[in-house]
Design a protein around this ligand. Structure first.
Ligand SMILES: [Zn+2]
Length: 273
């Protein structure tokens, strides 16, 4: 299982099942390619960068030369991050695009971690200098090197901006809408770093560019991991199902594959998709 497939089943089991059975193809999404472009030009070597450009030449380059505006902009985003000393030092201290295979309660998982960073954390230790005078304590900042997962994201909105979540029926922050903490939790578990927390470095897509660093504490990661533990049996059932599961009825796949919907209305205020 991968996080993206798992998320697919959480969002619309019908769409993910159709994708897995090659009965439906995800239409091209420019936002995904922009994300891959930024990832490749910050974290990968030239071979991977050239491969990405060659495979997507028609989408990135104009026929008469030069890049389309969205990719000119992606290239500016890369330059902006490269000019930021803090992010660059995190990238330098990281193992980039690390492939992991791991086990969660007997289920096999795999994933690719953007950055596994060796970082310094500071923790405050208080020592009593005089046992009789509790107020007289000495504060000392200790530091130690720990490993931490860092995920690079490109984003059209702030990571903290509230957006409508159709599944939950409430507004949630961008990071929660896309379950970014679930991915961090799985990868932190895979690398045994969950107790160190994990980070997202998000780069805004429009000028003036902004970089947001979000630190997720161990507790929220452990909660997200427990949610995956609780849901993985059900997700595997859907994944292995011989028949297509129930759809969300609102995604592109549901619209394309189930274009005719018949509803029976019996009373006011009654609704179901
Ligand atoms: Zn759907």
């Amino acid at each position: 299982m991968s996080n993206s497939r798992f998320k697919g089943y959480q969002k619309c089991a019908f769409q993910q099942w159709m994708l897995d059975h090659k009965s439906w193809k995800m239409p091209y999404k420019k936002a995904f390619l922009i994300g891959s472009y930024v990832d490749a030009f910050l974290l990968e070597d030239e071979t991977v960068q050239e491969e990405l450009l060659a495979q997507n030449a028609d989408k990135i380059f104009k026929k008469r030369g030069g890049m389309y505006a969205d990719f000119e902009n992606a290239s500016k985003m890369v330059d902006f991050v490269k000019s930021n000393q803090k992010v660059m030092s995190l990238i330098e201290k990281s193992e980039a695009q690390k492939i992991v295979k791991f086990d969660l309660d007997g289920y096999k998982w795999k994933g690719k971690i953007d950055m596994l960073c060796e970082t310094k954390v500071y923790h405050e230790t208080k020592t009593l200098t005089d046992p009789d005078k509790i107020a007289t304590t000495k504060q000392k900042l200790d530091s130690s090197m720990v490993k931490q997962i860092i995920d690079l994201k490109t984003t059209a909105t702030s990571m903290l901006e509230l957006q409508w979540d159709a599944v939950k029926g409430i507004k949630v922050p961008t990071w929660e809408l896309y379950s970014y903490h679930q991915q961090l939790a799985l990868y932190a578990h895979a690398t045994g770093t969950i107790d160190n927390g994990a980070k997202i470095i998000a780069i805004s897509k429009s000028e003036p560019f902004v970089i947001e660093e979000l630190y997720f504490e161990p507790e929220i990661l452990k909660q997200a991991l427990n949610n995956v533990r609780a849901e993985q049996e059900e997700v595997h059932k859907l994944f292995n199902s011989k028949e297509a599961p129930q759809g969300c009825m609102t995604c592109d796949c549901c619209k394309e594959m189930i274009p005719y919907r018949k509803h029976t209305i019996t009373k006011e205020g009654e609704w179901a998709l």
